[in-house]
Design a protein around this ligand. Sequence first.
Ligand code: ZN
Length: 378
Amino acid sequence: MIDAVELAQSLIRCRSVTPADDGALDVVQRVLEGLGFACTRLPFGPDDYRVDNLFARRGTGAPHFCYAGHTDVVPPGDPAAWTDDPFAGVVRDGQLFGRGACDMKGGIAAFIAGLSQYLAANPNHPGSISLLITGDEEARSVDGTAKVLEWMEANGQIPDMALVGEPTSKRVLGDIIKIGRRGSLNAWVTIEGKQGHSAYPAAADNPIHRMVAALAPLLAAPLDNGTPHFPPSTLQVTGFDVGNTTSNVIPAIARAMINIRFNDLHSSAHLIERLHAAFRAAGARYTMETACSGESFLTAPGPFVQALSDAIAQSTGVTPALDTGGGTSDARFIARYCPVAEFGAVGETPHQVDERTSVADLHRLAEAYRAILAALLR
Ligand SMILES: [Zn+2]
């Protein structure tokens, strides 16, 4: 049987700050091969930013359940600020300390520990189990989960359902399952006017006035009033810049930056069109660049979410709330292919100094993952 804490310690001792791996995926692969998984390594990315990924599968039948996670971590910052070496994996006072303890080497270790318990009781389980473990989640997220999913699709490995093991629990283990995430859209707009003397505005074209006229209707009314599983979408002007220090000159150029966090009533394409309409209506000569870091998605409550919820309630004694809050995660990529939810440890200290997770929680999380496998593979 695999011990969640020992495995988490082995993973924390690999200094896998993105894009480095430092043996973390080797640790995972060795354990999974011992449990009968066929493993494929999938390195992607340019030579100066090579990241490694692992796809592992046991069985070939349906239903195919996939657990997704990442072994890369954010840098520790100043190691001297930590009580212990951030890569030592020290256990003290019932807590496992180290970079990745909570986000999310602890989660991966708990899943594999729960998996080993499940397999001991169900050596000939129905369906199949896979793990998609990436080394490129914390930084660019370009050569990780998204690329592995393309490979999986090309090789007939798309699962029927997936669970991302990010630390979603808030106060106590089991209190939150994420069933969707908001989308995020950035826009950078430049309006070109005509520079001139502020005493003779008729001979100039003030780009600030056009910017204000374009932004005002976008800010005047909410984008929506929320949906059953999402809060209202939000639009924030996050930058407004004309670079002018002369009070009697109308500047030639005005720039603005906009960030929209949007729910399942919108797509980035439709929001971009809405922005264009506002700038066109203001009569502006403008250019706009946009970047969507993820569309919104929702795995609507149904048999999959219910089975997860029941298994978590049964093993933790806590009935999880269904939530869509927070930023983006790799679930946004998986949602394009199959139903996906997120459930994991209590996420109190991710990316912090003295990142840690409760040892008792790690064992209880392993038990919850075992119960999830038993509930979904039938
Ligand atoms: Zn994470």
